[in-house]
Each structure stands twice: as C-alpha cells, then as structure tokens.
Design a protein around this ligand. Sequence first.
Ligand code: UD1
Length: 422
Amino acid sequence: MSILRIEGGRPLRGSVHVQGAKNSVLPILAGTFLARGVCVVHNCPRLTDVEYTLSILKHLGCRVGREEDTVTVDASDPVAADVPDNLMRQMRSSVVFLGPILGRMGRAELSYPGGCELGPRPIDLHLSALRAMGADIREEGGRLVCGGRLTGGDVTLSLPSVGATENAMLAAVAAEGITTITNAAREPELVDLQAFLNTLGADVRGAGSSVITIRGGRPLHGGEHTVIADRIVACTYLSAVAAAGGEGEITGVDWRHLSTVTAVLAEAGCGVTSSPDTIAITAPPVLKGVRPIRTAPYPGFPTDAQAVVMAALCKAQGATVFSENMFDSRYRHVDELSRMGADIRVEGRVAVVYGVPRLSGARVCSTDLRGGAALAVAGVGAEGTTLLGELQHVDRGYADLAADLRALGADIRREEREWSGT
Ligand code: UD1
C-alpha cells in the first residue's frame, strides 16, 4: 500500500504550479456528453475521480482519449443512458451526469451516488431542480429512473448547492426554452462550467452571481476549453508553508478565488502578496491564532479549506475557533491531528484549536480527501517523521501531493509498504 513519509519541522522554500480544479473538471467532463462533436479539455489533472468520470463517459458510448493533461471526448454516438451502480458508488459527483444524460437521451437511470465521509449528502435539490424542468423521476429498487421532455423553467434552490446548480445548468442547456436558476451557487467552478458550455454554442449567463439564465435547446458542437486552477489545492500548499514556516510561491491560480483564505493566513502573521496568477507567501516561525473561521458558500470561507488551515493553526500562539456550517461530519481529521500533539476540542459544528508549541511526527491515516491533505500539511510542520496512510482519499483530489510539496521544499516521498491502519 502507498503511504507518504514526511520528515517535517524545517522551513520550506520553493515554488509550485497548481493543477486543474477537480471540482471544475468533473462537471465539465459530464457536460461533454451534451456535445455532438469532439471536446478537448486541457488542464485535466490525473485524479481517480477524473478516471471514474472517464469510465462513465466510456460506458455511455463516448470515445475518450488522454494525452498528458489534455482529455478528448467524442460523444457523437451515445449508446447508453444509465450509469452502472459500481461507478455511481465510487464518487458523489457521478450524480452530475443526471442532467446531461437526461438532456441528451431523454431518459436516464442512475443509482444514488457514493456514500461519503462528510455525513449525509442528500440529492433532493438536484431532483427538484430537474423536476422543475419537466423531468419525471421515480425511485425503483434504489435506482432513479428519469424520463420526460425537458423544458425551460424556474428553478429556485432552497440553498446554493454547487452540484444541484451544475446539474440544473447542464440539463437546462438541453431543455427547450429559458431556465432561470435562483439562489444558484456562486463558486468559480460554476463560472468555468458556463464558459465551457458557451464554447460549445450554449447560451448561459450569470454564473458567479445568484441568478443564472440559460436559453436552452441549441444543438451543441465540439469545442476546446482549459480548466481553471484548483483553489483548494492552492490553499493546501499555502497552508503547508504557513505550517512549516519559510517562503513559497504558488503559480497558475487566480488569487481572487481564495482571498478569504489568504486573509486568514495574513491575520495569522504570514506575508501574502498576490499578482494576477501568482501568490507569494512568507510565514513566520510561529503563527498567531485568528478570529473565528466560519465555513460558508462562496465567496465565504470554503469548507474544503477548513481542514488544511486548521492543520496550519495547530501550532499558532493562542486559540482559533472553527465553525463548520456546510457538512455534518467534517472534523474527522481532528483525532488524527491529535495523534501529532494538536489540542483541538470539538463540539457539534464548532472546533476550538488551542495552539501548542510543537507537533510531533506520527503514524496517521487520511480520513477523507481534505482531511488527508491536512495531515500532510501538519506533517511538514511537525518535528520528526510522519507516515500518512489511506492515500486513496488524497488521490481523489491531488495529482501528486508529494511531488508538489517537494517542489515547495518539503522532505516528503511516496513509498510502498505494509499498512494496517492505526
Ligand atoms: C461541492 C464540492 C465539494 C464542496 C461542496 C461545498 C464538487 C465535486 N464538490 O460538493 O468539494 O465541499 O461543494 O462547497 O464540486 N445539499 C442538500 N441537498 C442537495 C444537495 C446538497 O441538502 O440536493 C446540502 C449538502 O448536504 C450540504 C450543502 O447542501 O450540506 C452543500 O452541498 P453542495 O454545495 O451540494 O456540495 P456538493 O456539490 O456535493
């Protein structure tokens, strides 16, 4: 089994280029199913979630190719309208195929998406959005069987779900007429999806704001698109420098997408300078605790950055309060951080991090994607050796975490060895 061996406790110095955004590339690849032509998508990182997405596209009858970070998908001759249960279970974002399959084929059959480590993640908003466009969705033996002719409609989301907004946008592109999505999620990944769909000939406007308008029903052709950089991966690497001290440069990312996180790191005592596609950070040997951090939909503090920033603040002087408002079980990394000497108390949605003078390397397990990355962040700031196992979580979202942290000056490598959990 693969593990990461991290020799921590020394300041970092280096520069790293940020991979393409997982949360952009998955809906964009699902969106290729709507095009009657070849889509070329650049900056697709090598992630297990991307590979599962490509497997779904192949199952649907698409011709799929990959050269380095460029993926081509030709959905000219689809052969299926279902997603097999084993692929649905692999990742939650498989549900984003519902809109494109229904839009393209007039029917779709999916099971409920994969169980997730962040607590219950319902898909009711996805289903009600599609129903508002005329979809007929029935549950049959754990499968969702969908049919009906999609027409433009008014979709009002009770909360700004990222996935439900994407599903609605993708379905609306194929639905005859005008669709308005109100209380839409405003994440940069929605803006990227809009740009991609418009490249194919769609008419989508307003992404990045709370109201998105789609004039649907135009046939989509092939096109070429470059996926935006992964803002959460960038937050991870900035947090690593903050945890270890030293200085680093993160390139290829739009600083505006992570300004709530860089503001926290600056408050903790880091020097952060941002230019159009580079963020430079200098971190003092000891950080300061910061004002309460509350996760919220974009442009608030991202829930996906909560764990990595928490890892950096474990050694800060003073306490920091985190309030996790997006998911129920998103503090699973806390027990593992405690093995390294962190002092964190969790009560419901709130975690209080009492800064300790030092963390010590330990044998720890990834609990989920960002929780695993947080343990690597803690490891580079901890004295001694950290062995991090259960990397399958991390591989869902980081193309090569070890190589990227090495580029920043960390002593970290991937090894094969026996591993039986902690
Ligand atoms: C996306 C991101 C994930 C990020 C999350 C929140 C992808 C592939 N994943 O996940 O990394 O952590 O946004 O920024 O883009 N909800 C419902 N009913 C629904 C859908 C969602 O109640 O039908 C709730 C969820 O349980 C959660 C909240 O809405 O509490 C936000 O979830 P959502 O924005 O949908 O997250 P995802 O799209 O799953």
